[in-house]
Design a protein around this ligand. Structure first.
Ligand code: CA
Length: 230
């Protein structure tokens, strides 16, 4: 049973009407919500609260949501749902590259927003409390500690975002097996809709950048596989 008790959401949006509507919906769902309206305040609030989830608009005064995301993820990896203007493909791709976990294009329904926030929290909780299986997965020089959510390669710690970690764990539970992008999207992000498969591609790119390009194989038109010895 998922509980939202004491769950904190930071809403970062300078358009007051949108911020208030998002906050009202999330409060009705039982979240503790704080609103800030510019980049510097967002980084400061994320440090002070700290939130369980951040709903982050891209267009902000001070510095933009992409810079906010970059700074927050560098300090303390936190699930981020990014809000983008419709058609702003660049914002979306950069947002995923700087560590956002999910995105929604404006305008969006408050029902969909609440569903996405719940899905983000479920994912974080699920991997934070792993079910069966060894707490640490080892493949050659790659070590994935599921209990502590830490990853080492060649003895060096690699700092992954929560979503990158979840994606890596999914690939590592079925090494050398091709996992379709649609399935990864459904299992890691909780989406049934295949329209977000580029989200998967962006996070794979992040994993390769941090862990080495050799680790994950692309099977064109299908999906990805972790290329390690079983
Ligand atoms: Ca805005």
């Amino acid at each position: 049973m998922e509980t939202t008790a004491e769950r904190r959401v930071l809403v970062v949006e300078d358009e007051r009407a949108i911020a208030d509507a998002v906050a009202a919906r999330l409060r009705a769902e039982g979240f503790l919500v704080q609103i800030v309206g510019d980049g510097p305040s967002a980084v400061e609030a994320a440090r002070r609260i700290p939130p369980d989830v951040i709903v982050l608009d891209v267009m902000l005064p001070g510095f933009d949501g992409l810079e906010v995301c970059r700074r927050i993820q560098a300090e303390r990896p936190t699930p981020v749902l990014m809000l983008t203007a419709r058609g702003e493909e660049t914002d979306l791709l950069v947002g995923l590259a700087v560590g956002a976990d999910d995105y929604m294009a404006k305008p969006f329904s408050m029902r969909e927003l609440a569903a996405r926030v719940h899905a983000l929290l479920r994912r974080v909780n699920k991997v934070a409390a792993p079910k069966a299986g060894p707490p640490t997965l080892r493949f050659g020089d790659l070590e994935i500690n599921q209990a502590e959510r830490r990853v080492l390669r060649g003895g060096a710690e690699k700092h992954l975002t929560p979503t990158e970690f979840d994606l890596l764990v999914h690939l590592a539970r079925a090494p050398r097996t091709v996992l379709p992008r649609e399935r990864l999207l459904a299992d890691v992000w909780g989406w049934a809709d295949a329209s977000g498969t580029r989200t998967v591609d962006s996070h794979i790119k992040g994993l390769r950048r941090k862990l080495g390009a050799d680790l994950i194989r692309t099977v064109h038109g299908v999906g990805y596989a972790l290329e390690v010895d079983r």
